[in-house]
Design a binder for this molecule. Structure first.
Ligand code: NAD
Length: 260
C-alpha cells in the first residue's frame, strides 16, 4: 500500500523507530534510516532491510543534537528522494533523569536540540516538497510525558510538551494541503531507553530488575510494557494511522489528534 512512497524515520537504529521503519518497509515504503549505530549494528540493519522485497533502505548518519547535521540529513534525504520525502517520523530521543537543581545545562540543551529543534528543522526543510505535491505525513513520536509530568525529567517533559505544541502548529499550517501532522504519545515501551531507566532505578533504590521495572510501570495503568512489535501496519491498509492506532488501544496511550 505504501509502494512508491518514501519515509525518513529518525532514531530508527533501535527501539520504536526501528519498529516503525520495519513496519513501513513491510508495507512497501522506501526507507531512510538514521540514528547512532556501530558498524556491526549497521551491517545487521542492512541485512534486515534487505529482507523486504522491492524497497530501498538507505542509512544517513546524523547527530541530531547538531543543527548542521540535521540540515545535512535533510539535504541528503531531498537529494535521495527526487520527488521529496513523503513521510517523516520524528522519533529520535533520549532520556536523562536528575532533579532540576543538578540537571546539567549541556544535557538540557542536547535534549532540546535532538527532540525539539531537530523535528522543527526537519519539518521546515521537508514540508515544502510535501505541500508541492499535495501529500505528506508527519508523525512526531512524543510521549505520555508530552501530556503529563514525572519528577526528575524536566528536559524530557519540556521537550515532549514542546513537540506536541509544534505538532499542533504544523497541523494548522498544513490544514487542507494534503499534508497531516500528528503526535503519538506512548507510555512505557521496553526499549534500550526504558532499560537504561530500569538500571538507573536499580542503582538509585538498590532493588533488582523486577522491582525497578515495577517502579517504572507503577504509573502505567496496564501495568505492562508495550512491545515495539506492536507498532505495525496492517496488511492491505493504505492508512498510516494504522501505524499509530496500536497506541490508542492501550489505555495509557493517547494520540494528540487523529486527523490522518
Ligand atoms: P531507543 O534508545 O531504543 O532509540 C532511540 C533512537 O534515537 C536510537 O536510534 C538512537 O540512536 C537515536 N538517537 C538518540 N539520540 C540521538 C541523537 N542525538 N542523534 C541522532 N539519533 C539519536 O529509544 P526508544 O524508546 O525507541 O525511543 C524512541 C522515541 O520514543 C523517543 O523520542 C522517546 O522519547 C519516545 N518514547 C519512548 C518511550 C519508551 O518507554 N521507550 C515512551 C514514550 C516515548
Amino acid at each position: 500500500p505504501l509502494r512508491g512512497r518514501s519515509a525518513l524515520v529518525t532514531g530508527s537504529t533501535s527501539g520504536i523507530g526501528l519498529g516503525i521503519a520495519r513496519a513501513l518497509a513491510a508495507s512497501g515504503c522506501d526507507i531512510i534510516y538514521t540514528g547512532f549505530a556501530d558498524d556491526k549494528v549497521l551491517a545487521e540493519l542492512q541485512a534486515d532491510f534487505r529482507k523486504y522485497a522491492g524497497i530501498t533502505a538507505r542509512y544517513f548518519p546524523a547527530d541530531l543534537t547538531k543543527p548542521t547535521d540535521v540540515e545535512r540529513l535533510c539535504t541528503m534525504a531531498r537529494e535521495h528522494c527526487a520527488d521529496g520525502v513523503d513521510i517523516v517520523v520524528n522519533n529520535a530521543g533520549f532520556q536523562h533523569t536528575s532533579p532540576i537543581e543538578s540537571f546539567p545545562l549541556a544535557t538540557w540543551d542536547a535534549m532540546m536540540a535532538a527532540m525539539l529543534t531537530a523535528p522543527f528543522l526537519i519539518i521546515k526543510h521537508l514540508l515544502p516538497a510535501m505541500k508541492a505535491k499535495g501529500w505528506g505525513r508527519i508523525i512526531n513520536i512524543s510521549s505520555v510525558h508530552g501530556l503529563v509530568a514525572s519528577v526528575e525529567k524536566c528536559a524530557y517533559v519540556s521537550a515532549k510538551h514542546g513537540v506536541n505544541g509544534l505538532t499542533k502548529v504544523v497541523a494548522l499550517e498544513t490544514a487542507g494541503s494534503g499534508v497531516t501532522c500528528n503526535s503519538v504519545c506512548p507510555g512505557a515501551v521496553l526499549t534500550p531507553l526504558a532499560e537504561k531507566q530500569i538500571r538507573q532505578l536499580m542503582k538509585d533504590h538498590n532493588v533488582d530488575w523486577n522491582d525497578a521495572q515495577a517502579m517504572l510501570l507503577s504509573i502505567q495503568p496496564s501495568n505492562d510494557f508495550v512491545s515495539t512489535k506492536q507498532v505495525t501496519i496492517k496488511k492491505k491498509s493504505n492508512k498510516i494511522y494504522k501505524l499509530v492506532a496500536i497506541f490508542n488501544n492501550i489505555r495509557y496511550f493517547r494520540m494528540l489528534s487523529v486527523l490522518l
